[in-house]
Every structure is written in C-alpha cells, then in structure tokens.
Design a protein around this ligand. Structure first.
Ligand code: HPA
Ligand code: ZN
Length: 334
C-alpha cells in the first residue's frame, strides 16, 4: 500500500550490516557443497530446516554459534564477491543509497584465508554496485571481542596496509558482548587509530551489555558512533550525552527481537529517542538470520510506532548526517 511505497522511497543509509550475516541458507548450502565443507553433528541438512532453526535463538551467543559455522563456507574471493553482490542487489530495490559494511577478518584469517582475499571480494561487489546503481559504500572491519588481545593486535597488523590506504574506512567491535567490555580494547583502538588518524571508530555496545558499556566505549575507545546502543535508555545521563554530542546509534529492530533483547519492536525506545533528540539509524544487522533486510526493519518500526512523515524525515536526515561517506555525497543525499 501507500506506506510501503513511502517507506521504500525514503533514501536509506545502512550503518550496521555484517556481510557474513547476509549469507542466506540457500547460498550457505551451495557454497558448502562447492567448497566441500562439512558441518558439525546435529547441524541442519536442508536450507528450510536451517532457516526454521533461526526462529529459536534465545540470545546473542546462540545466534553467534550458528553464524560462525556459516562463515566457514566462505573460501574464495569469488564467494565474498557473490555474497556481497547478492546483498547489494537486494537492497538496491529497497531505497538504499549508502551502506557501511562490516566484516570480521578473524573469522576468516583463523581458517587460513588472507584479509586481502576477503576485502577484495567485498570491494569488487561494491565497485560494481556503484557503477550500476550509484550506491556508495564504506568497509569497516570488526574485531571479535571473544578473541585474545594478542589476536586482535595481530589482526590490526594484518590489515595495516588497508587501514593506512583508507580502504578499510573504520574499525568496529562485535561478537559476545557481556563478558568482554569495551575497555579491554583500549590499546587496540589506539594502535589502529595511530596507523591512520582518519580511521573512523565504532563499537557494538548496549545490546546485551548495560548502558555503562556505551559510556566506556565513548570514554575508552573514543568511538564516534554506537552500534545497537538501545540500552542507553536505562540511563538519562547517557541519553543526554548522546543527544548533546550527536552520537548516532545504529539500531537493529528485527535483530533485537530475534535475539530477545526485546519481545517485540514496540518495546524499543524509538519514540523516546526521537523525543530526546538522540540520532539513530535503522539497520538490518544480519538480515539472512533475522528475517528481513533494511526495508523490512523500516516497515516493522512503522507498524509498531505509526510515525509521522516528519518523524521519518528526521530519521532519514540523521542517517545521512551520521554516515561516513564524504561530504559531497551527504549533500547529494540530503
Ligand atoms: N552483535 C554482536 N556480534 C555480532 C552481531 C551482533 O548483532 N552480528 C554479528 N556479529
Ligand atoms: Zn551487529
């Protein structure tokens, strides 16, 4: 209907998208076959069965256990290219104009792949979609917080040339949140930033961790943005800080439901963020696992909050302003 057209046409920017999380069950099994990858005992054997299992995650770790198994089927540069192109092609029909793509180098280097192979596959699809559809992209590497500091430090070394050349545009932090607070990674963030002062910084915080994780991500890691951050609502001081300093939250509504951060999207503080002038964008996180891409997330927010066109204009504008594209591109999008 009318609202679907309206929400489709809003120019969208995505800031929270794990490329490994766009691996649809069908492609997962195709690549497993092609690359002769076997799964642990008890792992689903058909794509229907695998997709069905995604309805039963009870928390972040539950999901991550499956997500890391999925990562293992990605082997060649072509695999990463196809994965990324499939995602970009899909969202090109959903009003997406700019996207910032996370990848997890450690999930791949631990299996003997090089960062360059992974990066080149993703970048090739990005170049193609820019030429074909005019969609702009930035690539952000995320460190896995369950890995050791030594491993994270080594990963920065492996990515050094890509960071120095600005090909990797930002650094993020993901995986199991609660046992691994942001402050553990203070030296790692300093080290990465020292390679290139233009490196942008973000971190997952306040998804499962409480609002203090947001504060330490800001204070210790000097991040400019917070991924998820929905638990900021538990502390008015944090909310005031986000609003005052225009720190954007990359909110992922369907993810939060599937991983049981909230029971349904109406429990998210979307209205409260708008009223408190906290900038946020709406994102898909791991769309192949969470039941929808960026437009599905917009639609679910609208279904639950019935926002006005004025509210949507604020959301769209904040997503553009919070993007890490160049200023020229921002002006084009505004
Ligand atoms: N949170 C933490 N780690 C992740 C996520 C997430 O939502 N998606 C992929 N890795
Ligand atoms: Zn995420």
């Amino acid at each position: 209907e009318n609202q679907v057209a309206f929400l489709t046409e809003i120019p969208k920017c995505e800031h929270h998208l794990h490329i490994e999380g766009t691996l649809e069950p069908k492609l997962l099994f195709q690549l497993a076959e092609k690359n002769s990858i076997t799964f642990p005992q008890g792992f689903p054997t058909t794509h229907e069965e695998l997709a069905e299992s995604y309805n039963h995650f009870s928390n972040l770790q539950d999901f991550l256990d499956v997500y890391y198994i999925g990562c293992n089927v990605l082997i060649s540069e072509e695999d990463f290219y196809l994965l990324t192109l499939e995602y970009l092609t899909k969202v090109s029909k959903q009003g997406l104009k700019h996207t910032e793509i996370f990848f997890d180098p450690q999930s791949h280097t631990a299996r003997g792949l090089t960062i360059d192979l992974v990066f080149n596959g993703i970048q090739r699809a990005c170049d193609e979609i820019l030429a074909k559809k005019g969609i702009t992209t930035k690539i952000i590497m995320c460190l896995l917080r369950h890995c050791t500091i030594e491993d994270c430090s080594e990963t920065i070394d492996l990515a050094e040339h890509l960071i120095k050349e600005g090909k990797i545009h930002g650094l993020g932090l993901d995986s199991s949140e609660k046992p691994f607070p942001p402050e553990l990674f203070e030296q790692i963030y300093l080290k990465a930033k020292a390679l290139n002062p233009k490196l942008r910084l973000t971190a997952h915080a306040g998804e499962e961790g409480d609002s203090s994780y947001i504060t330490t991500a800001l204070d210790k890691l000097n991040v400019e943005r917070i991924d998820h951050g929905v638990r900021s609502i538990e502390d008015p001081k944090v909310i005031a800080r986000l609003a005052k300093n225009k720190i954007m939250l990359s909110v992922c509504p369907l993810s939060n439901v599937v991983l049981r951060v909230v029971k349904n999207v109406s429990e998210l503080p979307i209205r409260k963020f708008l009223d408190a002038n906290v900038p946020f964008s709406i994102n898909s996180d791991d769309p192949a696992y969470f039941g929808g891409y960026i437009l599905d997330n917009y639609l679910e927010v609208q279904r639950r909050f019935n926002l006005s066109k004025k509210d949507w204009a604020i959301i769209a504008t904040n997503a553009i302003l919070g993007s890490w594209c160049d200023e020229e591109r921002k002006t084009e999008l505004l």
